[in-house]
Design a protein around this ligand. Structure first.
Ligand SMILES: [Zn+2]
Length: 465
């Protein structure tokens, strides 16, 4: 069989183990895995030397916000810069949330998000629905599933944006999704006490005194834990599938673990910012830059979340990328309620998890691949097309150097962010080479792909790990 590209001499790392083998690609798929693929005359047009490198399935980020309108502006990374950043970070599939505005239907929101991506995305993409009005939106879920979108999110906060779902909404959605085979994703923060705490400090004196630290002070750990507990209750009694997005707390991870041990179908992701940053960032002069919802927690939470990844309580790592520029963040002017929330993340997720996970012996290389590439594909219904190195699957591959570190510098990155939460950090695990469906899109750490190469990937059967 003729091969188009052969990756030789590398160590293949999958969730299942490491092997020294070559990898042959024909068209968009992996066509052969074995020794000495380049020795016979296979007529390959391209040989990629991966000696001394790890060859892994490219990353799958199931939680991004690109080109998202919010707080009077929009996120600074669109489908072009965001997916270029993804490629450099070794990620070739992103899943974004199509959010209905005003009285829009979920299908209309998905149409809108297709328009944002088509013609400019550089890696593959998919969407989640967003349910902001379950009485109208639930009816649309069968048609979303038909479009290859078997997941949708509800927010337990954001009444002010008109997005909030109450217990009845979450209960009804889980009941209906069970029937349909869909999975409900939930932003779990408890609004009642959160709103009360925010009102308590809603005066100029406290805002001046505490500044951005009010962001933490109004969101104690129980804000997330109580909401996770409640969502788990509705999941348990309905038998539906639940996915907690951006879980940030130790107590949240404990609740998820206990529920999983009872057989409740609940999964939870976490994000790099909760694994490698802690609330000391809010004492910095530029602490407002680090504001996100939920907010960055403590070192104890970090340790619990790493353990959660090792013991599979935490299903995967996602970025929750929502890029704000310095100018955008500066509109807060001392009032933490006005900070545009969110962090850039696509370019640094895999390097952060590799460097702080694998090189600090918190994860094995196999676990790193499992939690950034394979399990996210599994839980979102993309596996084995994505997240695998098996013959017949998409040739989505990242080649990384196991130890070589480079310093993070936003000036040299593809993201539109004009700062980085990790500026100056020395990280290994950036993609030296990235392939998306057989095409090289990063070479020698630089993006070399094409605008519009990325395709929509339909999904089915989510929620299985
Ligand atoms: Zn998000």
């Amino acid at each position: 069989m003729k091969l188009d590209t052969i990756i030789t001499g590398g160590t293949l790392v999958t969730a299942a183990g490491k092997t020294r083998a070559d990898l042959g690609i024909r068209g968009e798929r992996i066509a052969a895995v074995g020794r000495n693929l380049a020795s016979g005359n296979r007529g390959a047009e391209r040989i990629i030397d991966a000696k001394g490198r790890y060859v892994i399935p490219a990353g799958v980020d199931v939680h991004v916000h690109l080109d998202l309108p919010f707080m009077g502006s929009k996120s600074a990374d669109d489908y072009n810069t965001g997916t270029k950043a993804a490629a450099r970070g070794g990620i070739t599939t992103v899943i974004d949330f199509a959010i209905p505005y005003g009285k829009e239907t979920m299908n209309r929101a998905v149409d809108n998000w297709f328009k944002k991506a088509e013609g400019i995305a550089c890696v593959d993409y998919s969407f989640h629905g967003t349910i902001t009005d379950y009485r109208r939106h639930l009816r649309e879920m069968p048609s979303l599933i038909e479009r290859g979108i078997p997941t949708a999110k509800e927010f337990m906060i954001y009444a002010n944006m008109g997005w909030q779902s109450d217990d009845g909404a979450i209960f009804s959605t889980l009941e209906e999704f069970k029937r349909l085979g869909a999975m409900l994703m939930v932003h779990a923060e408890s609004c009642g006490v959160l709103d009360l705490l925010m009102a308590r400090y809603d005066n100029p004196k406290d805002k001046r005194k505490y500044g951005v630290r009010l962001h933490n002070m109004t969101r104690p750990h129980f804000i997330e834990a109580e909401a996770i507990q409640r969502a788990i209750t509705w999941c348990e009694v309905t038998g539906g599938k639940l996915f907690i997005v951006h879980m940030s707390t130790e107590c949240g991870a404990d609740l998820v673990k206990e529920a999983q041990e009872r057989g409740v179908k609940v999964l939870a992701e976490t994000c790099p910012q909760y694994l490698v940053l802690d609330d000391a960032v809010f004492d910095r002069k530029d602490g407002h830059l680090f504001a996100s919802q939920p907010q960055i927690k403590t070192k104890a939470d970090q340790r619990r979340l790493w353990r959660g990844l090792r013991e599979n309580t935490v299903s995967n790592v996602s970025t929750d990328t929502c890029t704000c520029t310095l100018k955008h963040k500066s509109i807060w002017k001392g009032d933490y309620c006005k900070i545009p929330m969110g962090l850039p993340g696509l370019e640094t997720m895999m390097p952060l998890v590799y460097t702080h996970g694998v090189l600090k012996r918190q994860l094995t290389p196999e676990q790193f691949v499992q939690k950034c590439c394979t399990d996210p594909a599994k839980v979102m219904g993309l596996y084995p097309t994505k997240g695998s190195l098996d013959v017949g699957t998409d040739a989505d591959i990242a080649i990384i150097h196991p130890t070589k570190k480079t310093k993070v510098d936003w000036r040299k990155m593809e993201t539109n962010a004009d700062w980085s939460p990790y500026q100056g950090w020395a990280l290994a695990g950036f993609a030296e080479t990235t392939l998306c469906r057989g095409t090289v899109i990063v070479e020698d750490y630089k993006f070399t792909g094409q605008n519009g190469y990325g395709q929509f990937v339909p999904r089915k059967n989510p929620g299985n790990l």
